[in-house]
Design a protein around this ligand. Structure first.
Ligand code: DGJ
Length: 711
């Protein structure tokens, strides 16, 4: 039993641990800040939350500790599951709890001598009110202990009776799904060997009807880039929990005597003002933990949808010229530059520049890019191998497999077993060689297949492979700290907070279709700050859907992210160049705000109207993109109310962005035709502004500026 209660308080959030007679310390409260509590008040809190003894139950009160197992009578999903091949107790019953609380961190320890296990739970509350915890399990016994699962939990208020989580697929990542939360376990598991297009991202429990602006909400995220589980559990006994952890294969983690296993962080976030409140707590913390905090966000041109595998040095040089003329600051050479890579059937693993396409190496192209004032970035997929590659021919035993034959192919590729030291060293050295030879400032790090039937030394391989990828990124980063990395996995298949401690941005999806992007970016942004989400303007016809969109809609959709272009801009007509250059310039005007501001999603009754804004921390400036993603329900959209402003400040409101599209329908006359309007924030947030009747798949960009800031 811990001696005293512990109250962590920060960022408007309180987390309270209270002792229990037998189960150990319990997370008794997680929610809005309780204010300062002295020891007797904390004891009072614990007293008021003491459980009774119902009929047909254990004879002692049922407490749920931070690490509940059936050993203490808990009949929900246990925090620790495992077994000993040579027999022995499997359900730990923790004793000898210790607590070391320092500021907003606390480390709890406990043992089960008979089971031969000890555990350490680290819990901390960040300055913005994000809580995170993880568990280290140690085998203190003599023989092996096979870890089936170690899960971490956070209890939420019983008033949370609705659940929202995210799912998805290629080109439709992070689709929300929600339902009532009744008794039972809502279990999400991903077994892709990467975070997964369908990853939960956040499991959110909230009060009925919660939305971006309303309701009390509690969300958890499992910060892990391999197989993992996230769940929400409501038991007939009255427990209401969110939990998660790594999803281990049978025998994947076996602890020899003295060995230990640490779970991924379970990140928890609470807000009493809806989903935007969760992001407002998460984003500053994620920004501060990023490898390059402060958000340097050069405008990108990526060659993928402009050239695919059809790489030709002269063509790319022309593309670089066109990009530079538009104001692009970083030129990224995508897949297709290395030996043998004429299609997706060959070359992966051979990370040397294709001598046929680039007889002088990448130097002429890189030099040209740099001479035009741009940074150079390069696509790599270090974890993958094509059978048709020198690597596979020389080292067929380096490919991950679960049996004598290779696993099913996926995009004609296999996985390099990074737990083999020689395989790891080869790919590391090839990458280090590239980074030393060329002034590469950015790696687009791709991962284009699931890991299936993957064993290393006869055991499931995903856990070790995931740690090896982290180690590889860490080594490269420490050797070349100036190099930024993008996490890409067939679009948005590796988006999680552990990869984001090693990478600077994520590629949220392979679709550049602006209608799809409106939703994908909106939901990805629940967790990921906007400047870490790659948002590119594709060509007029979206390659993944065949939809045609006007430039205004495509560019406005990308504006409030890490802006880029993925389009063969060497063939633009002059009007397109002028308009695209104006959008690039506009992004440069707003990107400081994007990198530091608070993201808001003002709600609109018409599902066709999707509003996204970023507001400065001091609320004196905001930029809002108002998109009509389908035909509006009414002839013209009903007024749009903004959010996050200072009700009392006077704001000048104006539309931004080049206007070159011919309206498809009669717009009539609105305030937009009169230029600027000055009103207090209260008017913008309560009465709102009306936009012209407009065609579907169009967008407006509105800036609000507190009066005294006008130059
Ligand atoms: C998948 C990525 O998501 C794309 O952007 C592109 O880089 C291709 N791979 C290249 O093979």
């Amino acid at each position: 039993m811990i001696p005293d209660s512990v109250h962590l308080c920060g960022g408007g959030v309180s987390v309270v641990l209270t002792p229990s007679p037998r189960a150990g310390p319990c997370l008794t409260y997680w929610g809005a800040a309780l204010g300062p509590l002295d020891p007797s008040e904390l004891a009072g809190l614990a007293e008021l939350r003491r459980p009774g003894i119902p009929q047909s139950a254990l004879d002692d009160p049922r407490y749920v500790s931070v690490l509940p197992t059936t050993g203490s009578g808990f009949t929900g999903t246990p925090a620790v599951e495992g077994w000993r091949p040579d027999g022995g107790s499997t359900a730990p019953s923790w004793t000898d709890w210790t607590a070391d609380a320092r500021g907003t961190q606390v480390v709890l320890g406990c043992h089960d001598v008979e089971a031969g296990l000890s555990a350490r739970v680290e819990l901390e509350l960040t300055p913005t009110g994000v809580v995170r915890l993880r568990t280290t399990l140690t085998n203190t016994g003599p023989g092996d202990y096979v870890v089936n699962a170690v899960r971490t939990i956070l209890p939420v208020d019983t008033a949370a009776t609705e659940l929202l989580d995210l799912t998805g697929r290629w080109c439709r990542e992070r689709s929300p799904q929600r339902h009532r939360w009744q008794h039972g376990t809502w279990l999400r598991q991903t077994r892709h060997g990467r975070t997964g297009h369908d990853a939960t991202l956040l499991m959110v429990a909230g009060t009925p009807g919660f939305s971006f602006s309303r309701g009390s909400v509690w969300g958890t995220h499992v910060a892990w880039s391999g197989d993992h589980t996230a769940y929400a559990e409501r038991t007939p006994e009255g427990e209401v929990l969110l939990g998660g952890g790594e999803l281990l294969g049978a025998g994947e983690v076996v602890l020899a005597g003295g060995g230990d296993y640490t779970t991924p962080w379970l990140v928890g976030v609470f807000a009493d003002d809806g989903l935007d409140g969760l992001s407002a707590r998460l984003h500053p913390w994620v920004r501060a933990a990023a490898p390059h905090p402060g958000g340097r966000r050069p405008v990108v041109l990526n060659t993928w949808e402009a050239a695919y595998f059809d790489q030709d040095q002269h063509r790319l040089t022309r593309l670089a010229d066109a990009a530079a003329d538009l104001g692009v600051e970083r030129f990224v050479l995508d897949d297709g530059w290395f030996a043998g890579r004429r299609s997706d059937r060959a070359g992966l693993g051979d990370w040397i520049v294709d001598p046929d396409r680039y007889p002088e190496g990448l130097h002429p192209l890189v030099d040209h890019v740099v001479a035009r004032g741009m940074e150079f970035g390069l696509w790599v997929e270090p974890e993958m191998v094509n059978v048709d590659s020198e690597l596979a021919r020389r080292h067929p035993d380096w490919l991950l497999r679960g049996r004598s034959r290779l696993p099913e192919e996926w995009r004609h590729q296999h996985v390099l077993d990074l737990q083999q030291p020689a395989a790891y060293a080869q790919v590391r050295d090839l990458l280090l060689g590239l980074l030393s030879e060329y002034p590469i400032r950015f790696l687009k790090w791709d991962h284009n297949r699931d890991l299936v039937d993957a064993l290393h030394d006869g055991r499931p391989a995903v856990h070790g492979q995931t740690l090896a990828v982290y180690a590889l990124m860490d080594e490269l980063r420490s050797a070349h700290p100036q190099v930024e990395i993008e996490s890409c996995a067939s679009g948005g298949g590796r988006v999680d907070l552990e990869i984001l401690t090693r990478t600077d941005r994520i590629w949220p999806s392979d679709t550049n279709d602006a209608v799809e992007r409106q939703q994908i970016q909106r939901w990805t942004g629940l967790l990921v700050p906007p400047e870490m989400i790659g948002c590119h303007v594709g060509g007029p016809v979206a390659h993944t859907t065949g939809r045609t969109h006007r430039l205004r809609f495509r560019a406005a959709t990308a504006l409030l992210g890490h802006f880029g272009i993925e389009w063969d801009v060497s063939g633009l007509v002059p009007e397109e160049s002028v308009e695209l250059a104006a959008w690039v310039a506009l992004h440069k005007q707003v990107r400081d705000l994007v990198c530091s501001g608070t993201v808001v999603h003002p709600e609109h009754p018409d599902p066709a109207v999707v509003v996204t804004g970023v507001v400065a921390p001091d609320r004196r400036r905001g930029v809002f993109v108002i998109a009509m993603v389908t035909a509006t329900l009414t002839q013209a959209p009903t007024p749009v109310t903004l959010k996050g402003l200072d009700a009392e400040a006077a704001y000048t409101v104006r539309a931004l962005g080049p206007v070159s599209d011919e309206p498809l329908i009669d717009l009539g006359t609105t305030w937009l035709d009169h230029g600027e309007v000055v009103v207090p924030g209260s008017v913008l947030m309560r009465s709102g502004l009306r936009l012209p009747a407009t065609a579907p798949e169009s967008a407006y960009v509105i800036e609000v500026l507190a009066d005294s800031d006008l130059s």
